[in-house]
Design a protein around this ligand. Structure first.
Ligand SMILES: Nc1ncnc2c1ncn2[C@@H]1O[C@H](COP(=O)(O)OP(=O)(O)OP(=O)(O)O)[C@@H](O)[C@H]1O
Length: 354
């Protein structure tokens, strides 16, 4: 849909059907109240709502383009945050990774019949920088330099190398995407939010030697710290991630707000910015959508296709993760996924026996 001017964007979202949170929470009264506002970085209402107005299939539909957007456009963004994370007010507890040294998640699928792989990722943004599209390539390069310097000090299991997208062939890039290691460049909602502006400048991936610890640099917003491995050993995956993050936190400052926790460009990704997922095979539950939806609803789980957001599932394998990232601690977010997946596996087994 070709529309860039604020009036056109408003006309589009107010006259068309959309199930997005943007459509639900942007009343005409709010539109009039917010339309002349801008942040000190120059973010306007048009920047915040552009992607959701152009992509009526969006689930959220808004992007903050700098940390200050959360305050300047609060009347629109706060209700969206509450709705997405299922909280009554925008408030976030202090960061709490749990007692990582003593962590003891039992393997949910020792025989590896259901869980193919486990992944936990945490998003972070550099303090003092804006988000797309209010972000230049010079700033991307500056951020890349800061993070690569910090990552290059990691040792032991976390030791690895940074691979810049600027010097990577398309084939190498595609192989990493196919291996679920690298970010893709085909998310239409992120594209319309300026997430791929200036591609591939300043983008890349840090990989440890075992390919179990990964850092995405300047994908859409700033950083994703990822730990993943085959099987269902959540303790191992989570410990590795937190240990790495704590070391980087000593060297790099991240954007943080007392009410919203760690910040990023998407209201769905605030607070803990943590998404813990398993690739779970569940052919029986796939045939019993009502039961599947009920379990997901009760445990606040999100289902995605096997190649990530906006993809279809294949051979009954789904990406199952915690949906809420704000209003609970990091440890609680991981437990939410763990408990929900435990029930999914039990139910899958019961259905098999019928
Ligand atoms: N448990 C998992 N095992 C293996 N790969 C996974 C797992 N969870 C996610 N992935 C892979 O990670 C990649 C990124 O997925 P996706 O973009 O949906 O999630 P994300 O990194 O959490 O970011 P966002 O929530 O912003 O979309 C995809 O290749 C996806 O298949």
């Amino acid at each position: 849909m070709e529309c860039n001017d604020l009036e056109d964007l408003w006309r589009s979202i107010s006259t068309h059907t959309s199930n997005s949170l943007l459509k639900k929470h942007l009343s005409e009264e709010k539109y009039i109240h917010l339309k002349k506002r801008s942040t000190k970085y120059g973010t306007t209402l048009a920047d915040v709502i552009r992607s959701g107005c152009k992509n009526l299939d969006s689930k959220v539909g808004v992007y903050a383009c700098d940390p200050e957007s959360y305050k300047v456009f609060k009347d629109l963004l706060d209700p969206i945050i509450c709705d997405y994370h299922r909280v009554k007010e925008v408030n976030h507890p202090k960061c709490d990774y749990g007692d990582v040294a003593k962590l003891n998640f039992r393997k949910l699928d020792e025989a590896e019949n259901y869980i193919i792989s486990t992944r936990v990722r945490i998003g972070r943004c550099h303090k003092g920088f804006s988000f797309p599209p209010i972000l230049t390539n010079v700033q991307r390069k500056e951020m890349e330099e800061i993070i690569v310097k910090a990552l290059n000090t990691l040792e032991g299991d976390l030791k690895g190398a940074y691979h810049s997208l600027e010097s990577m062939s398309r084939n190498e890039y595609q192989q990493l995407v196919d291996d679920h290691i690298m970010f893709r460049d085909d998310n239409h909602t992120l594209r319309d939010a300026g997430g791929y502006d200036g591609w591939p400048v300043g983008r890349g991936v840090y990989l440890n030697n075992k390919k179990t610890f990964i850092v995405w640099v300047n994908e859409g917003d700033h950083l994703r710290f990822i730990s993943m491995e085959k099987g269902s050993d959540l303790s191992s995956v989570y410990k590795r991630l937190i240990f790495a993050l704590q070391q980087v936190e000593m060297k790099v400052e991240f954007a943080y707000d007392d009410k919203r926790g760690f910040l990023s460009n998407c209201p769905s990704n605030l607070g803990t910015c943590l998404r813990a997922s398993v690739h779970l095979k569940m052919p029986e539950l796939e045939r019993c959508q009502e039961i599947l939806n009920d379990i997901c609803e009760r445990h606040n789980l999100q289902l995605r296709g096997v190649n990530g957001e906006h993809t279809e599932s294949a051979e009954a394998v789904y990406d199952v993760s915690n949906k809420r990232r704000l209003g609970l601690t990091e440890y609680q977010a991981v437990c939410e996924m763990y408990n929900g997946v435990e029930e999914l596996i039990k139910t899958e087994q019961q259905l098999e026996e019928k």
